[in-house]
Design a protein around this ligand. Structure first.
Ligand SMILES: Nc1nc2c(c(=O)[nH]1)N[C@H]1C(S)=C(S)[C@@H](COP(=O)(O)OP(=O)(O)OC[C@H]3O[C@@H](n4cnc5c(N)ncnc54)[C@H](O)[C@@H]3O)O[C@H]1N2
Ligand code: MOO
Length: 406
């Protein structure tokens, strides 16, 4: 059997980031920048007020208190967006709004709460230091500065920055387009009645959700029945339309394991047994004229979703242009033991509890590959090394956090 790490390395070795494309800013969400973003402007663009108030000469209001207010004439208003060059002469104020450009000569802003709010004359009851309530040109970003580096993933924060510096198109690695193809003649979509021997397709729905949660674009390509013609047509269509294809089912030792049979003809595939539990039967390769990567995940729903976490999430990161990442960042103390198969790395569905004494884990019911209710109740996967057959209370084990269900 191949180790988990060997199989992951073999899959990743044929994957490279998707070719860069230029997209409108809103479409860049979730994508990884392929080119640096350089600002052509200072940010703020000009000295401006951070408060609604009055632009003043600080030395003229230095003595202002509730008991000894300073009263000055108000020469006019500067709303945000006013663009004409204004001067503040000595002995006067201009009413100014948040974000409005500072008039030449003024060196401070008194916020309106420290005044009587007058429009002809204003009574100021507190001093304001030089520079107070002024946001300086270029203090955030300098013109010519690289504000976002290639390799950065675009979230709402980076979109805000790009928009602020006026960039409306970005060069990015696109979000991978993924087609999920569940296989099995017993499968019926949820919402449809079940005839004897039939079950609902859960892998198709679960994996589309998992792909989306991983930041890629997913489509359910329809259920493939166990006929070679159906499987061939679905695989060829998916390979032509996608950057990655995921199938489930039909790859172990069954007489009707059609996916495996068809792919032996159609693609450059490797079917292996991986020393893990769940997720032993795995396949990876490329199909179609574009060499579209393809994962054949096992059909058992728990096996399919956990294999996705272990192998497909790193593959999607690679295609999206993100660096490899070790998802194990901590260990937790076991508070209730369980058994693990000899010679296989177990990904045990557990409940993680972060306590004052540190994180603890305990198993959620059974570890069978068909137990989807227990899977839904888990919030982490504890990784039990290949040589361990009994996990005991007090053991310290690494874990992967799953997306929170609460
Ligand atoms: N003789 C052997 N039998 C099996 C072995 C083995 O080594 N020798 N391995 C077992 C393990 S481990 C797994 S995992 C499964 C994987 O089998 P397949 O990938 O070929 O999947 P299927 O046989 O098509 O289905 C397995 C199971 O999962 C259900 N299933 C399939 N697709 C879906 C779906 N979209 N939604 C919900 N449930 C699905 C299917 O009905 C079966 O119950 O093989 C073991 N057998
Ligand atoms: O290895 Mo299978 O994936 O346990 O059920």
């Amino acid at each position: 059997m191949r180790s988990v790490d060997e199989h992951l390395s073999a899959c990743l070795s044929v994957l490279t980031p998707l070719p860069a494309v230029e997209v409108p800013l809103p479409e860049a969400l979730g994508c990884v920048l392929a080119r640096d973003v350089v600002s052509a402007i200072d940010m703020p663009r000009f000295d401006n007020s951070s408060m609604d108030g009055y632009a003043v000469h600080a030395d003229e209001v230095a003595s202002a208190t509730e008991g000894t207010p300073v009263t000055l004439p108000v020469l006019g208003d500067i709303p945000a967006g006013r663009g004409d060059a204004l001067d503040l002469p000595p002995g006067a104020t201009l009413r100014i709004m948040t974000g409005a450009p500072m008039p030449a000569g003024a060196d401070s802003v008194v916020q309106v709460e420290w005044t009587d709010g007058g429009t002809e004359r204003v009574r100021i009851v507190r001093a304001s230091r030089p520079g107070q309530n002024i946001r300086r040109a270029g203090e955030d970003v300098r013109s010519g500065e690289t504000v976002l580096r290639a390799g950065t993933r675009m979230t709402a924060r980076q979109i805000t920055l790009a928009a602020s510096v006026g960039v409306d198109r970005l060069t990015v690695h696109p979000r991978p387009r993924v087609t999920v193809l569940p296989s099995g003649s017993e499968l019926v979509p949820p919402g449809k009645p079940l005839e004897p021997g039939q079950i609902h397709d859960s892998n198709g729905y679960g994996l589309v959700a998992a792909v989306t949660a991983a930041g890629a674009d997913a489509v359910h390509g329809g259920i493939m029945t166990d006929t070679p013609h159906d499987v061939t047509a679905a695989l060829e269509r998916a390979a032509a339309q996608s950057d990655l294809v995921i199938t489930t089912g039909g790859v172990s030792a069954g007489a009707y394991d059609t996916v495996k049979a068809v792919l032996r003809e159609l693609g450059t595939m490797e079917f292996v047994q991986v020393a893990m539990q769940p997720g032993k039967p795995q396949g990876f390769g490329t199909i179609g004229p574009r060499g579209t990567p393809l994962f054949t995940l096992p059909g058992n729903p728990v096996s399919a979703l956990l294999s996705f976490e272990v192998f497909v999430v790193p593959a999607l990161r690679r295609l999206a242009g993100l660096p490899d990442r070790d998802r194990v960042t901590a260990t937790a103390t076991v508070v209730e033991g369980w058994r693990s198969p000899a010679g296989r790395r177990q990904f045990a569905r557990c409940l993680l509890n972060v306590t004052a004494g540190g994180p603890t884990v305990k198993p959620v019911g059974g570890q069978g590959s068909h137990l989807v209710a227990d899977l839904a109740g888990a919030n982490c996967l504890v990784i039990v090394p290949e040589e361990v057959t009994q996990v005991s209370e007090g053991d310290e084990l690494p874990y992967i956090v799953l997306e929170s269900g609460s």
